[in-house]
Design a protein around this ligand. Structure first.
Ligand code: PHE
Length: 504
């Protein structure tokens, strides 16, 4: 059936093919590699410099912040983090502890994986979903969190019961043949762990929910957790809303992270590009497109400087670019003002013990809530170590804005108060260090990512070069807020620019 296309089959999708520019591309054409100024040393800008560098392009990366990577930021003990408005924090995390303040997970299909392979960035599994992690919906009146496994068992169980009843009673006869019905009932018996026809296919709970006393040796069969709440209570709890998360193409396990911190990726890229080609603390103040070239003004160490090149790749966020004077015209300016920045924030909380592992069997994964902390992330590294660092909130939109307005001390207090609703008073004890980031308040970035009202004319315009200026970034891709989008955009721009240089 698979061969005939009649059943699901295991095929990996193909990626947009990419051939990096090669020195030999120039040999027979009498062309030479061009000079390219790359504005922004985030993942997109670095990837563009890296790929163009393979063919000998003369690239210079101008990065306004004091380090490369952009939103790919890993915070460790000793790091400083300053917000717009001046608030400064110093991470006091212990050795070996880190917080991925920006990107933190990579799906197996993403181009990010290919760059990790090529650059020798070692990877380990990042646990995105964990049966032992929790779901807590305060607004539904839940008085305690439930484990993902319990929520799944109950939701799948009751849905299976309902569908089995409807099928058996003939409600779906217009849709199902007799054979279909038999096969569906057999599937539901297994999928939902429901009872037999004689008992009305009732879902009554099984060990899938978990155990009050774990199975052990001899006569210790274990005590199944139960009985399950009623169908009505399960629906009212809203736990089912969390379950589709892991079905997403970008969020399904397995997922991966670089060993020791996500910034291994920009570090490896910068190494490959060559430190001498990257200027940090260089804030772009003007972009001029001219016949046959470009001119960029920037301020570094308080001095205004200018650089000239054949091409510019502007790999900055659109709302930042929109504030830089340029001569690319009103349409470009309007297009740059179209995408809307989105807020997000995280807090890293270090504890003097890994109580989530020791007391709750949670080894990585994410707790989902309807609190303003949105999610709590348990570390996918350092298991059974003496200390540990969890992400006390990773939130979005108005919740992220609310935390952004607080001081760090207020953010921590609120995160601990909210988290204690899930993990109890012990959540407030043993905290040894913490750092919080509000991406809307990070200078030169000012947002977690952007959203396009629609990917309309403005999106298409900025996906085309404007004179000698190209635009680049995850915001010009169909995977916004993923490094994959940055890498794919960089490859697209590099390919187009290189083809143009070969023809020019
Ligand atoms: N890539 C980010 C994350 O996984 C942001 C994001 C969230 C993007 C959800 C799309 C969907 O958290």
């Amino acid at each position: 059936m698979g061969a005939l296309g009649l059943a699901p089959s295991a095929e990996a999708a193909t990626k947009a093919p990419f051939q990096p520019p090669r020195p030999s591309d120039f040999r027979l054409r009498g062309r030479a590699a061009a000079r390219v100024l790359i504005l922004g040393g985030g993942v997109a800008g670095l990837a563009a410099a890296y790929e163009l560098g393979k063919a000998g392009y003369h690239c210079t990366v101008l990065e306004a912040r004091d380090r490369v990577g952009g939103r790919n930021l890993t915070l460790r003990g000793g790091d400083r983090l300053t917000e717009m408005g001046g608030a400064a924090q110093r991470a006091e995390f212990g050795r070996g502890q880190y917080m991925n303040a920006g990107p933190a997970r990579i799906a197996q299909w993403m181009t990010t994986m290919d760059y990790c392979r090529e650059l020798g960035v070692p990877l380990e599994v990042f646990t995105n979903t964990n049966a032992e992690a929790l779901i807590y919906n305060e607004s539904a009146g839940m008085d305690a969190p439930v484990k993902w496994r319990t929520a799944k068992a109950d939701v799948y169980g009751y849905i299976s019961e309902l569908l089995a009843k409807a099928t058996d009673q003939g409600a779906l006869n217009g849709r199902l043949t007799a054979d279909d019905k038999e096969r569906l009932l057999s599937f539901l018996a297994d999928f939902g762990a429901i009872g037999p026809k004689s008992g009305g296919y009732a879902y009554t709970g099984t060990g899938r929910r978990g155990y009050a006393v774990d199975p052990g040796a001899g006569a210790q069969a274990g005590t199944v957790l139960g009985p399950p709440p009623s169908l009505s209570d399960v629906l009212a709890s809203g736990v089912g809303r969390s379950l589709s998360f892991e079905f997403g193409y970008s969020q399904a396990m397995l997922m991966f992270q670089p060993v020791g911190g996500m910034d291994a990726i920009p570090r490896a890229l910068a190494e490959a590009v060559g430190k001498g080609r990257i200027r940090t603390g260089a804030k772009v103040t003007g972009i001029t497109d001219r016949t046959g070239g470009t001119r960029v003004e920037y301020v570094q160490n308080g001095r205004t400087r200018a650089a000239e090149a054949d091409y510019v790749i502007a790999a900055l966020p659109p709302h930042i670019l929109a504030r830089i004077p340029h001569n690319l015209g009103a349409n470009v300016q309007a297009a740059l003002g179209t995408p809307v920045p989105a807020s997000t924030g995280k807090i890293g909380i270090e504890y003097d013990g890994r109580w989530w592992e020791r007391d709750e069997n949670i080894y990585g994964g994410i707790t989902n809530t309807d609190l303003d902390l949105a999610t709590i992330w348990y570390p996918s590294y350092g298991y059974h170590g003496r200390s540990g660092l969890l992400i006390g909130y990773y939130n979005f939109g108005s919740a992220a804005d609310a935390y952004a307005r607080m001081t760090h001390a207020q953010r921590l207090r609120r995160a601990l108060d909210q988290g204690a609703k899930i993990h109890g008073p012990r959540y407030r004890r043993g905290v040894t260090a913490s750092v919080s980031i509000a991406w809307s308040r990070q200078e030169h970035i000012e947002g977690g990512w952007i959203g396009w009202p629609d990917r309309g004319a403005e999106y298409r315009l900025l996906n085309e070069p404007q004179g000698n200026v190209y635009f680049c970034g995850d915001w010009l891709s169909h995977e916004i807020a993923w490094q994959h989008g940055s890498f794919e955009s960089a490859r697209k721009v590099v390919t187009e620019l290189h083809q143009r240089v070969l023809k020019s």
